[in-house]
Design a protein around this ligand. Structure first.
Ligand SMILES: NC(=O)c1ccc[n+]([C@@H]2O[C@H](COP(=O)([O-])OP(=O)(O)OC[C@H]3O[C@@H](n4cnc5c(N)ncnc54)[C@H](OP(=O)(O)O)[C@@H]3O)[C@@H](O)[C@H]2O)c1
Length: 288
């Protein structure tokens, strides 16, 4: 048996089409396009490519995407002051900080500074708390993308054994919450997990985002497993994920490739969140 390789670009395109249609109709109501501002600190090469792809997607659906670029040595206070100004700026509906940021800046402090209703990434504690409580509104984009992929494959996660290899605040933890909200049985693994295989071999759905090439081989999965590769690793030969695709393909039923799997869907999910922040703002204005 050979796994079906999931085409993330097709899934993303379908999401973008829906957004384009929704924005056309919202524009007749509000006479404005959504405007999002991204704060970019330094010149991280992986961020530059991501921003280019995301900007192209924004243009395609009718979202106006602006950037503010800061020197890599900028102070945290300058960034926080900028975020506060943008929080109060009625012409900006959504705000993002492009991560990773240089080490002298606290990611958590920046995440908490963005007004929850403008928080495109869904990283503010209020939005993460809502996700945890099952009141999902602005949900982190990569976990949201994993759900969208499963949804588009018509995979019902209810009662499934799902293993996530990643316990970061931006991927593994919110993803676990989203899956629990849908009644999956979730295990989370990380570097301190004593025996990774012991968990992954029992997974109906394995979602891996460790950032370690070839971490997952066919010995790690059970027959007919669904394998979603969130990892993005830049190597001298190009980009790869965590999964040794050649090995896993012979045993899995579905596999997301890298590139062309979770990545494009993550961008499409960011656009969905941008539309939500725009609608948040417009509904507030309407009530006034
Ligand atoms: N496709 C997308 O759209 C997208 C979006 C965001 C991130 N990513 C990619 O996803 C990966 C993770 O991103 P992140 O921001 O969550 O990074 P991160 O904070 O470094 O998280 C990596 C996670 O994997 C765990 N891990 C690392 N090596 C492991 C190993 N050998 N065995 C088991 N667990 C291991 C880490 O555990 P510890 O914390 O205990 O070290 C951590 O929980 C990266 O490759 C990143 O580029 C992709």
């Amino acid at each position: 048996m050979t796994a079906t390789v999931v085409n993330g670009r097709t899934i993303a395109q379908a999401i973008r089409k829906k957004i384009t249609d929704e924005l056309l109709s919202l524009k007749t109501q509000y006479h404005k396009n959504p405007v999002v501002m991204t704060l970019v600190v330094g010149k991280e090469p992986s961020s530059q490519l991501y921003l280019k792809l995301r900007d192209a997607a924004c243009t395609e659906v009718g979202i106006i995407s602006h950037h503010m670029n800061f020197d890599g040595k900028v102070s945290e206070e300058t960034i926080l002051k900028t975020i506060r100004t943008l929080n109060a700026d009625a012409s900006v509906h959504g705000i993002l900080v492009q991560y990773p940021v240089p080490q002298h800046l606290s990611q958590e402090t920046l995440m908490q500074a963005i007004a929850p209703q403008k928080d495109v990434e869904g990283f503010h504690p209020i939005n993460l708390g809502r996700t945890l409580l099952g009141d999902e509104h602005l949900v982190p984009c990569t976990p949201f993308a994993v759900l969208k992929i499963l949804e588009s494959l018509q995979v019902d996660v209810k009662g499934k054994d799902v293993v996530i290899v990643n316990h970061s605040n931006v991927v593994g933890k919110p993803l676990a919450a989203l899956l629990l909200n849908r009644n999956a049985t979730v295990s989370i693994c990380h570097v301190f997990t004593k025996d990774l295989k012991q968990y992954t071999q029992n997974a109906d759905i394995l979602i891996t985002g460790a950032g370690v090439p070839n971490l997952i081989t066919k010995e790690h999965i059970k027959d007919q497993a669904i394998v979603i590769d969130v990892g993005i690793i830049q190597t001298k030969d190009g980009v790869c994920g965590d999964v040794d695709a050649a090995s896993v393909r012979s045993k899995a039923v579905l596999l997301t490739p890298v590139p062309g799997g979770v990545g494009p869907v993550t961008i499409a999910c960011a656009l969905m969140n941008m539309v939500k922040t725009y609608k948040n703002y417009m509904s507030i204005v309407k009530k006034r």
